[in-house]
Design a protein. Sequence first.
Lengths: 625, 312
Amino acid sequence: MNRYPTWKYCLLLLVLVIGVIYALPTLFGQNPSVQVSSPVAGATLTANDLQTVKQALIDKKLGYKSIQQEGKSVVILFATIDQQQLAQDYLKALFTNRYSIAISLAPAAPRWLLALGAEPIRLGLDLQGGVHFLLQVDTQAVQDERVQTDLHNIADSLRDQRIRYSGIELHKPSTIQLTFQDPQMLTRGIDLLGSHFPEYVWRTTKSMVTGQLTPSALLSINQYAVAQTIETLKRRVNELGVTEATVQQQGADRIAVDMPGVQDATQARDLLGKTATLEFHLVDTMHDPMVAAQGVAPPGSQLFFYHGQPILLKDQVVLTGDSISSATSGFDQNGSSSVNIVSSGQGNSNFYRITGENIGKPMATVYIETKSYPVMINGKQQIVYKLEKNIISIATIQNALSGSFQITGLANPDEAKNLAQLLRAGALVAPVTIIAENNVGPSMGQQNIHLGMLSILIGLVCVVVFMMIYYSVFGVIADIALLLNLIFLVAVMSLLGAVLSFPGIAAMVLTLGMAVDQNVLIFERIREELRHHVSVQTAINAGYEKAFATIVDANVTTLIAAMVLFSIGSGPIKAFAITLTIGIITSMCTAIAYTRAIVNSMFGGRKIGRLPIGIKVKPQQGGKN
Amino acid sequence: MEFFKQNTKINFMGLRKYAAVFSIILFLASVISLSVYGLNWGLDFTGGTQVQVSFQQPPVLNELRDQLAKAGLEKVTVQTYGSTRDVLISLGEQKTGAQQDAKLLSDQMTKQVLQALPGATFRSVDFLGSSVSSELAYKGLLAVIVALLAIMIYIAFRFEYRLAISAAVAMIHDPILILGVFSFFQIQFDLTALAAVLTVIGYSLNDTIVVFDRVRENFRKMRRATPVEVVNGAINQTLSRTIMTSSLTFIVVLVLFLIGGATIHGFALALMIGIIVGTYSSIYVAGAFAVFLGLTRKDLLVSVKKEVDAAP
């Protein structure tokens, strides 16, 4: 009784070693770092580049901890966040186009440890400092636009097949209505609509046909909108140079963006919250823009100004920015600046058809942005919103465009570069609104870490001392289990990539108390058995056995509470729930398996007179030990 | 070392009528406090902007209020946050139309706040649109209800329905008392405090279940005892453990409360009250209520019999 087979000891030891390895990097902490890489994706920096950067830092007397080549980039480690910020600002200004500069937190653990795949625990924003945004995607706007596009496509298709209709209208929110004079046309119309546009439900009433998007079509449009927006935001966040930012979907139509280490929220907000979209329109060459500038634009076209000259653009959107998967600046055959574009996705076939019909005609790229202006109204300052549409380039269509094509006719290489960058950062598919924001200054983050660590330490010391006094040797065993629990908790969290938030540290402190509870249950039981004068070995065995069911029951209820918290919570609360859950599970392992192993090895299978569990048991008359 | 040298034989159940009165008084007091004073809802539930700043010297709050009012900011609450030098400025949702307007306005407000208060250093800012905050409040309430139900079902399944009901009574009793304290002292109640309340529900169950476990075992062993004696015995036997664990967890949370800083303040306080109230409720509310409902050996024998049948 009370002996573990050797293999069990080996297993426990192995798990312990693994736990320690994965928990160790967290102990080393992290250093604020600046990463310098080549602006061309995939290219490696050379030793020369390292020298250049190093020299720049020395020239400006910017202190740093170390600078070295790591993979394709040069990584500079700093002692404090302030140093990191100064260096980042300076290097960014100095090397604007030469290098791309990004900030991150680099683990300070030795190389071999990191090579094993161990990393320090991920810190939440409230510990690192940084900015968090919650964005709402306006899916209604996406639907509207889709219906608009379809409206034109339907009209085109009907005309192609020579099906005459007398009217086509859009009824808000997303219903298309067609009127047919000729019943034969109506029948043919219905056939075509049903086969070419199956995402709509088509109904006939007398001479009218109405179509509405099916719920599943709406769902896929929304999902696509959110997914695309996430992609675009990821690209934009990359442009900001934050390597550890996360962009995640939250719920049906919301996106959470976390940018650790970012100090200036305004720049981030500008880039993210820009409700900007790109559209391609054909230039209306049939009507005179000068005339329109005096009076009214003809139906089907809108008046714009490009470089001060009036110009008419057709309403129909030929291609939207979200169909562009890549854009690079370059030169065309004649040596003038151009942008090479690769497009993909749904808009492609339409684009091909329309451009094929308009070879030789000019096409404009329109950048649409919602801008806000502070305005004085009645002596009070208010914010006013305006939708701004600007033509950023006009190019001639050389041939039917799809897949990859070129926009030419740009004034100079800079313009081409800007356009390419804009296209790369992606135009948002749908307008997004920032509905929540959280900005933690870095000093606050550092302070939180400091306080958190202190709390854990003091809490641990209190519990350890108390247990030692109260339960003597067994108390020490329980304390060892506590330490193991912390190690496993950190290891599991860093393996899972779970984020540690400040409430998460509170959860760690809480698990200290609860882990101890499990051992208290076992030890009290053993004491009770001893008081009933059973043999020492039986007491130990009985203690563990009888306490087990109680431990499981008690922990399950706390787990239920943690799971409920996990499902309703977001951000820090979620992190708290995760930390609590992991903590309870690891504490069950250490409190039961590991203490048993130690107790067994120390007291098992031998004749023990008195168990050092903090009580004195008077021997029974006749001595029965 | 031990607190109780021999088996204690305190007649806890004997005092149960007094305890019941005591509990009811506290419960009513909490409810009254909540209705009269209400809770000091944190940003997570009200929406709006919260700017945290700190000063070199402890500022005079009224001066700050004047300065902010002069800058044209309305609906402002100013409170110290943690140390005397840290100030939390809450700006309620200023209704100017669309959601986006409010957001940009609050950015401006941050700048304005910093301008209006010379010597203030920025620490952090939180903005929560009202749609999100009302959602959080709704979800929070839902969470508490779901947790209660889930745990009740679990207990009914593992033990017996009367125990489940008594546990439920204890689970409602504890949070209300915590909220009562928060409302009486107008301590800010934010999302982390709500998380603490949920944790307390789970944790207090720990104690209750340990007692119930013993009750079940005792019913099996003490064949001639009355329910009162059985429950008494169970509580006494687990007393040592209950005091130990409660004290240890309390100490640990006290550490958090004292040095954890202002952000964790509400959370730690809720936990501390919760541990005290939870321990008390496990002894009196849960156990006594079960006796009150007429718990007898027969009720638990069914589950015991199931165990016996299941054994090989």
